[in-house]
Design a protein around this ligand. Sequence first.
Ligand SMILES: [Zn+2]
Length: 401
Amino acid sequence: MSQGITCALGMSYEIGLTQMFQSFLAAYPWDVVDEGIDRVLDHMQGELGIAGLSLWCATPPVVQLRRPNVQPRFFRTRGGLFFQPSSELYSDTRIKPAVSHWVGKRNVIEQIAKGCADRGLTFRCMMSLSRIGRLAHRHPETACKNVFEDSSLTSVCLSNPDVQAFLCDLVGDFGSRIAVDAFYFTDVASLWREGGEGPVKSPGRSGKLASEFLQVCFCESCQQVASGADVDVAGAIDVVKRVIDKRMDGADESEFKFEAIIKEAPALLSYLEAQTHRITELLRRIAERANADVFIMHEQCKEGDSSSQFADSTAIAGDVIRVATADDVKANPSGTKSMQEIHLEGKLLSGASTSELFPLLQRALETGISAVHFGNYGLIPASAFDPIRQALRYARRTTAG
Ligand SMILES: [Zn+2]
């Protein structure tokens, strides 16, 4: 039996009708290993009542301060893969997988996946698509480029054919070696991003608006894709440079809204649509290789607010399930069928905001959402564990009734 679920963008997905309320918790592998695999999984399942783990298996760089009970208290990784890739698969690909130094030769993902299987916990693989640690650094020819031709040190471009081939192989490789119930992707966007040097310095008050336009990728692959779709690439470049320069020269921020500007700039709008189309194709290819459900997350791409490419791409890729955010649920009128799963960030679960958890979950259930995904185990303060446990109990009671 299946149920049609319509996402906020109007696309209908067929999913299995789920009577049971599902709950998942994201975690970094280092947090699970350093606190103890058995201990963390027992805590998740026995005390919190979580039904599945979403484990980060390919991450961007992370710098993290941890809870007092976890050693070392301060953790830093340049990111990369946290599983051992089948190297023969990548002998012909231009991009070679970069395994995290922390994981070394160990098979921690397999151990954690086995721990989940032993307990009957669902196991899902979380991966960043465009910000896997060190890829852009090692393969600058695949990096996103801003309008001034600067290559990002942290994000590769999803339009690039080598990146696409690599990601498809990576997902296929993972799925063929580790039993996985679903893939969960973040950073599903081709956006130029700064390295670890902090915000870009610039004259005047260039600020947020300039950074939104700076994120638009003009790498060779994106330009080629757009030219192939008869887009006026020079016109798109011109718009972006003009907006940034005008803002730099003192124009007030209120004059500029990214969405409003692109609507009045057909060349740039078509350019972004061509990127969207390219990402959608990639998502379709990945979904074919995944042999499991594919979820994509909105949150990370919302920071700069420039990625209309991301939202649109999910509307077209019918095999891919977009995860709702707290904002989606708040914006949806009660009773509207929406996305099937909501993602709640660790920061939502701290201090006073835990009191928002009950009404938010209640609202989510009313809008047809049947699963909650909490992120991220290592970033949830100990004081939030009890509210999570109570909220999940409430959600299960409500849905069982
Ligand atoms: Zn690009």
